[in-house]
Design a protein around this ligand. Sequence first.
Ligand code: 5GP
Ligand code: MG
Length: 177
Amino acid sequence: MGSEPKLSVLFTSEEIAATVSKLAAEIRQDYLTKHPILIGVLKGSFMFMADLIRLLDFPLEVEFIRLSSYGGGRESSGKIKVVQGLRSEVRGRDVLVIEDIVDTGLTISFLLDYLRKKKPASLKLCALTDKPSRRQTPVTIDYRGLTVPDKFIVGYGLDWDEGFRNLPDICILEGED
Ligand code: 5GP
Ligand code: MG
């Protein structure tokens, strides 16, 4: 155990809200008449999902899926599995995956492959944040929010060892290596 972890604000709640509005406008244009299923990846996307769907004024459904990838640490293990699956039938539906962050890309690539096998009518990805410097596999992010540097971020749903999810800002966590 080292000293207290240090947090520095990377994106304020106002910047996040503006980004969520921008993404909602893009999504609205494409899904207005499609009655899509939005699938949030637990746990990190819950806050983003809640704010996003309040700005989407058309019929949609909400699902969540839980994957295991990180454990308690910071590095993606690359070994991913579905811990809690879907309740809705996605076959033939327009599916939009809602992610908190795309880092190495391993988790989301696994999930997109998993969902593609279920034969949705369409499958797209919306990610609030993107850490492109760490990518290990190419990922197409159809609706892309904020670019983050090669730092570990917490807040607005994102955790460090289950802590800090409740911060309204997105912060860089320093000094806990
Ligand atoms: P990937 O498989 O793309 O490396 O990482 C996917 C998952 O790792 C994300 O959905 C997120 O849960 C977690 N993750 C990656 N980078 C960060 C980060 O900077 N902060 C936090 N809190 N989680 C991260
Ligand atoms: Mg996630």
